[in-house]
Design a protein around this ligand. Sequence first.
Ligand code: F0G
Length: 463
Amino acid sequence: MTHSTLPETQAPSRLRCIQCGYEADHAAADFRCPNCGNLFEVAFPGWQTPQGLKAAGYTAQALKDFWRDRKSSLAPADTSGVWRFRELLPSLKPGYDPITLREGNTPLYDLPRCARAAGVRALQAKHLGMNPTGSFKDTGMTTAASFARQKGFRWVACASTGNTSASMAAYAARGGMRSLVLIPDGKISWGKLSQSLDYGAVTCQLRTDFDGCVKVLNELVKRRPIYLLNSVNPYRLEGQKTAAIELLEQLNWQPPDHLIVPGGNLGNSSALGKALLEMKDLGLIARLPKLSVIQAEGANPFYRSIREHGGKTLVPTAADTLATAIRIGNPASWKKALRAVQATQGLVEQVSEVEIALAKAEIGSDGVGCEPASAVTLAGLKKLVQQGFAQPDETVVLVLTGHVLKDPEFTLKFHRGDLFTGTAQEKDAAALVPQQRAPFVLDATVDAVLKTLDQFEAKDENA
Ligand code: F0G
């Protein structure tokens, strides 16, 4: 099968409110439904079934062949691991090219040591931190930024815990737009902050938390023609969907039993869940993996919503965790994420700060590495196995969302043993000592290095 044998047809799409079903072609600046204030999603009327696909000239198998075939194309939209799947994305008007940094195309790794630590036979990680700016945000930013440019916006903006802002700043720069970043002062990693500066964003560190930044931004976009690029923007989630499509392609369309994802503002779990349901509806996969969402104990409003209110309401909390990417107390997309978890029969769990730190080191010791927020997935899996929700012989994929270099300060403090110094977790942190590898400062002699090596070997043999 070659490119020319299938029509280049993208599904006609509309915006649809997730609560009241109101449909529209355009949304207001805050992307909220004018009827009920809930969020929009992109719907593809007529394309939700194999019959709809067939009417458009496709079959599920033909789409799979087509996408695989595009990998050998050199066209920018085909080398993007997002736009390669454009039949399942909202389409840009003729004459508008996507803004792309060749996002997507991220690896799927085996994690043998982590599998042993979690008590499962086989464990894999889809590493979305291997995207161009080091996080999964790029897969959604390529779509939403492209729509911003198509709509003629000069300015784009987001509130962020650091990764969205890094990604937005890069895509805005590539697309010839200006970007405005609102971040909580002192609560994002330096790596992420430095990215948005380098990519030329106007960066405002507000004396508040992420949720406070969101509030300011929501007012701002009503007063100025600024395009909102937080994950309430449904075009972000469409691009983020492709991580799940690409994962299934890498697994030869055999779904794993479990897919485990970190939960912050809950856009990503919503996007991955939407992709799974769409793939099932279209006949691209035969069954659904269970999608489970893991939060940090200190930033757990979604977990509490389900445990304490049966998912009927979400009470915002004050959030605090060293996994700063998910330091969020009032997640915008919780209703979408709830639907994804329920439809796939997944679970929502929470993990402690020490559990996150241990899991991050374990992922590092498999030679993969990730930022702290991503490590909640392994920590959460351990709990799901202990509870019997995940069985040792089931297949599990962790979604790693950010690159290990995003937050080197966390990693250094962990290995030096002072990550939890002076905190309530100090005592529990004793369990982390075997994973710690502080650097040795030595005289510049062969003997000094050899002595260190011998001491290490002796300890290793005793371990
Ligand atoms: N992992 C990383 C590395 C993140 O940066 C985020 C969110 C998440 C997980 C959670 O994803 O919000 O879709 O549930 N970061 C956002 C930001 C909030 O501003 O960079 P989510």
